[in-house]
Write a protein that binds this ligand. Sequence first.
Ligand SMILES: Cc1cc2nc3c(=O)[nH]c(=O)nc-3n(C[C@H](O)[C@H](O)[C@H](O)COP(=O)(O)OP(=O)(O)OC[C@H]3O[C@@H](n4cnc5c(N)ncnc54)[C@H](O)[C@@H]3O)c2cc1C
Length: 511
Amino acid sequence: MKDRSEQSIREIVIVGGGTAGWMTAAALSHRLATTGTNIRLIESAEIGTVGVGEATLPQIRDFNRMLGIKEAELMGRTSATIKLGIEFRDWGKTGDHYIHPFGVHGEPIGPADFHHYWVKARAEGAAEEFGRYSLPIAAARRLKFNLPPGNPDSLLQSYSYAFQFDASLYAVFLAEYAEARGTRRIEGKVVSVKCDGDNGFIRSLTLESGEQITGDLFIDCSGFRGLLIEQELQTGFADWSDYLPCNRAFAVPCAISDPVGPFTRSTARSAGWQWRIPLQHRIGNGHVYCDRYIRDQDAVDMLMDNLEGEPIAEPKQLFFKTGKRKKLWNRNCIAIGLSGGFLEPLESTSIDLIQSGIMNLLAFFPEKQCAASDADEYNRLMDLEFDRVRDFLMLHYVLNQREEPFWRDMREMAWPDSLREKVEAFERRGLVPQYDQGLFQPASWLSVFIGQNLLPKTWDLRVDAMAADRRSAALQRIKAAIDDSAGRMSEHLAFIETYRAKFAGSNGDMQ
Ligand SMILES: Cc1cc2nc3c(=O)[nH]c(=O)nc-3n(C[C@H](O)[C@H](O)[C@H](O)COP(=O)(O)OP(=O)(O)OC[C@H]3O[C@@H](n4cnc5c(N)ncnc54)[C@H](O)[C@@H]3O)c2cc1C
């Protein structure tokens, strides 16, 4: 048997210092601290980062907790606000609006799921809009927030939260964290890559300065270009533009004019949609669109005409193609972040996919020979993640009832079977997809189905066993409890202020 130390990875090289690169460096430096593994990260100020990506999902809190990062400190350092969900405006028909919350609607009132009781009550004209039965939605609409209390059985525990932050400041924060734990940052541009003639493994990178960087494991966080995974290893790209055709965006920050609430907003436009992400000191805005349906100039004009405050920078144009690498782990190279794939920012999933890539890397952390079975399992799990995000994003588009050519085509496009089955099961009798791995639990699917006007043709049989007056009393009780709780929460901005002040005088732990 070979000496174990000969087989162990000793040198990890990360190419790229954007959100993906520094999240990876922070996690590896934390988890491998006792192993003597060297971690180096190469980044090029000349190339820069993509410079967008401000809205996150609640899972990022698990990542920060794993690293021992104090939330209050993070919020202060990254100008973060709280995010309770995403408000969708005009996505069904013009004038519609709903919130996809980080939480559930209602609470159990009988053997069937809550939404079945609501569907029947609605058919009888005895229910209010679905969003009225969700605490995070009630709080978001009132611009309020409190930390969820600890009691798992309480209706007040029925939500989670994420952050809207300045992603470049998050990367700086994580860079400090990783460098303090031994990650070595190298400024320079990679100009060539050397591979092993036998197995095709990457052996070294050459920088513009002539310096050679050798390694056992290479993490490609080089952004859309996929410097190692694609330009060198030619792994191949699964192009999903037919499913998610938006391929360009303009992004611009603007000044804040009114107090900001704890949610991101997405407003449908004629050939795409516009985001609004409030931070403590500014609002991030962007228009995501498909260039087959609108000219760039019209797209940027539409964005600038719909800002709520003065722009504080020039609009920046971004180009992308939705899809993913055919393998995210190929030989001794793992692609994390935009180098691995991108599925437009509608549900703020990119940073979460980075996190999944990192957690799976830690779970399957290889030896030098990078066993094919580990890589296969890693790729299978990441494929699942990407497929499920793709289907959930598509759901928003295929359920629209708008009239413009872009939206009509989005309704009429070919759907993956995995999505069609989910939509049909809900429409037939209110079944909601359940799966163990991957993003977006039943509560999320339900929010979008109902928010975009898809209602089941019938409800769970067990609902009929409850008398109409008992059903409507239960709904009224839940709504009243939610309104009462939301009304008593703190103003969102007051919460941030108090919380940051608390951090200044304590160890900064949020809960
Ligand atoms: C329009 C848009 C909106 C988005 N909104 C969100 C959002 O709200 N939420 C979310 O989660 N995500 C969002 N994203 C995605 C998010 O921006 C990215 O997932 C995140 O920033 C990670 O990017 P990255 O680190 O992979 O790549 P980048 O930021 O592009 O970083 C690449 C790094 O590689 C380095 N590099 C490249 N080539 C070389 C070389 N030859 N030598 C040395 N260094 C090199 C660069 O210098 C840089 O440091 C959005 C993306 C787009 C396009």
